[in-house]
Design a protein around this ligand. Structure first.
Ligand SMILES: N[C@H](CCC[C@H](N)C(=O)O)C(=O)O
Length: 269
């Protein structure tokens, strides 16, 4: 039996989208099916899966739930690039009012998405949580990283050169007392005033070309290091593109960037 899928990405963090509005197609999506869909040789290939399900949220403005899975089949609370790709799909398919903000329900709460005049999407990522520091190691190198939570966990550290992170073919070593459920690790370099570059090793997906929640965690860390005033916007360059992050006076993080759906089809994976 085949079922519909779409392929989309936000700054080359790519996803298989699975329309499953009433939950009758995939039900409790298995980790095995997610791995098969995300396999870049035997499957469609992606960093993760976004299942598109009607939300049970009592707020009538919140119509859709983004069921995000990492490519290894694990579940994560939140996916920033994924929310933009998800909203782009809803807009493309006429599943939401194209003139109003889009409320996407996630495991980390409702995220509100608005369209910019130049065709980008801005996501209100909510309020970040900033904790302490811990050590992250790659091979013989060890750095001190800041713990930032965007609904999912991040460890952010500065390097002189992004190549210092090595090949990132294996997960950086983290302190399991700090991150008992694993962690997304971001490596950051300064590129100019309010301008940084980053690489990321994602929990459950490995190194990806981009990470929206990671870019938010990176911008927050840089803003704190610079003692930047609230309302400041930082540019974050990722291997897959650019995201602009603003920390508002009322402690919300806004992330702005592109999102596209590049293909649709049927699969029996
Ligand atoms: N790529 C996603 C992050 C996925 C986070 C996931 N790897 C986790 O286990 O938290 C983003 O754009 O925010």
């Amino acid at each position: 039996m085949t079922y519909p899928f779409l392929k989309g990405h936000g700054t080359e963090n790519d996803f298989v989208l699975l329309p499953d509005h009433d939950g009758s197609i995939h039900g409790d999506l298995s980790a095995e099916r997610v791995r098969a869909l995300c396999d870049r040789r035997a499957g469609i290939g992606a960093d993760g899966v976004l299942r598109v399900v009607r939300s049970e949220n009592p707020d009538p403005a919140v119509e859709w739930f983004m069921d995000y899975r990492n490519s290894d089949g694990s579940i994560s609370e939140m996916c920033g690039n994924g929310v933009r790709a998800f909203a782009r799909h809803l807009l493309d398919e006429g599943l939401v009012d194209t003139t109003a903000p889009i409320h996407v329900d996630t495991r980390a709460g409702v995220k509100v998405v608005t369209q910019t005049e130049d065709g980008l999407l801005t996501v209100d990522m909510g309020e970040p949580k900033v904790f302490g520091q811990s050590e992250i190691s790659v091979g013989a190198e060890t750095w001190t990283a800041l713990h930032v939570d965007m609904g999912n966990p991040h460890a952010v550290l500065f390097v002189d050169d992004l190549a210092d992170a090595g090949d990132l073919l294996t997960p950086p070593v983290h302190d399991e007392r700090v991150y008992p459920h694993g962690v997304n690790v971001e490596f950051v370099v300064e590129k100019g005033k309010r301008h940084v570059g980053m690489r990321v090793h994602e929990r459950g997906s490995g190194e990806t070309r981009s990470c929206g929640t990671g870019a938010c965690a990176v911008a927050i860390t840089a803003m704190l290091a610079d003692d930047a005033p609230r309302g400041t916007t930082y540019r974050v360059d990722l291997p897959g593109g650019r995201l602009d992050i603003t920390w508002t006076a009322d402690n919300h993080i806004l992330m702005t960037g592109p999102a596209v759906v590049v293909a649709k089809g049927e699969t029996d994976l």
